[in-house]
Design a binder for this molecule. Structure first.
Ligand code: GLV
Length: 321
């Protein structure tokens, strides 16, 4: 029987590609060329499956032009690159990679929080520039993390992982806001207390964003929200570009409306708002929160298993629709 044809639209672990080649006729993009939407459509002709990342937008126009497509398996837990209603309407299965990245991403939330609050990037740049001459009592004095109040906006799996680390590892008071409140058992397991968004902004010493992107979540943190935060506060965005108004954040950092920020995601990434590159009190990382080799391998494997499960056995492991 002829193997189904799939497109692997991004570079992936060679061993995962080999596995896929056992089951499918694979066209792959191991050179990781950033295809335009028209090039992606051209590459998808005749393909029943696509292995994607957040860099490939799957929308109604693409779906109409790719009638053979049956499934897109995203190697990411976030799926704002998918127009899910359009995929459902077109009868195209969508899958993501939940769970396998939760703990790694929660670790990174803390890494970015610590780096931001303790001014690690700024002080390292100072040292590399040869500016360090002597120890000084207030040199790069930052904010304490232990014992402070940690605010979490978005309380899914990753938010709960961050809450557990804060409450049980760092002795923090953990408060959160989410569209829906956790049940009492889940709140007590991660040591977190539900508050309104206004109280979250007002009370947090450190605020971490881990909510999924949706049009309603666009600019959840902009100038009005930043103005409600403590001037000593730090903000960490692990969620998605667009949840924060990056221009407003750069202005707030410059004017010390808040003290510092740590960002792993950006509006319009891989472009970064130029004003963010000019303020010293921000730690910038290139969307690497899930980037450990074991976790990236688990994500790639789950995306591959979704393609095999759905196209060969009619059942995706982690379907979104
Ligand atoms: C990364 O941002 C992901 O959604 O997995």
């Amino acid at each position: 029987m002829k193997k189904p044809a799939i497109l692997v639209a991004c570079a992936v672990f060679p061993e995962v590609l080999l596995q896929l080649q056992q089951h499918f006729e694979v066209t792959s993009n191991q050179e990781d060329v950033a295809w335009t939407p028209a090039e992606l459509i051209a590459q998808l002709q005749g393909k029943q499956g696509a292995f994607t990342t957040g860099s490939q937008r799957i929308d109604a126009e693409l779906l109409a032009a790719c009638p053979a497509l049956k499934i897109c398996a995203n190697m990411a837990v976030g799926y704002n690159n998918f127009d899910l209603p359009a995929m459902t309407a077109a009868g195209v299965k969508a899958t993501n990679t939940p769970d396998v990245l939760t703990e790694t991403t929660a670790d990174f939330g803390f890494a970015l929080l610590m780096a931001t609050a303790r001014r690690m990037a700024e002080s390292e740049h100072f040292l590399r520039a040869g500016l360090w001459q002597r120890w000084r009592y207030d040199m790069f004095a930052g904010a304490d993390v232990h014992g402070s109040t940690l605010g979490i906006l978005g309380m899914g799996r990753i938010g709960q992982g961050i809450a557990r680390r804060g409450a049980h590892g760092f002795g923090m008071k953990v408060i959160y806001h989410n569209r829906s409140r956790l049940d009492a058992a889940a709140e007590s397991a991660c040591g977190a207390t539900y508050v309104s968004k206004a109280d979250l902004l007002k009370q947090a010493d450190h605020l971490i964003l881990v909510l999924p992107y949706s049009p309603e979540a666009h600019h959840s943190i902009g100038a009005p929200e930043l103005a409600q935060m403590k001037p000593t506060a730090t903000l960490v965005n692990l969620a998605r570009g667009g949840i924060v108004d990056d221009a407003a954040l750069a202005q707030a950092l410059k004017n010390r409306v808040i003290t510092a920020a740590g960002l792993d995601v950006y509006e319009g990434e891989p472009a970064v708002h130029p004003a963010l590159l000019t303020v010293p009190n921000v730690v910038l990382t290139p969307h690497i929160a899930s980037a450990t080799l074991p976790t990236r391998m688990a994500m790639a494997q789950l995306a591959a298993d979704n393609l095999v499960g759905f196209l060969l056995h009619g059942k995706a492991l982690t379907p979104l629709n």
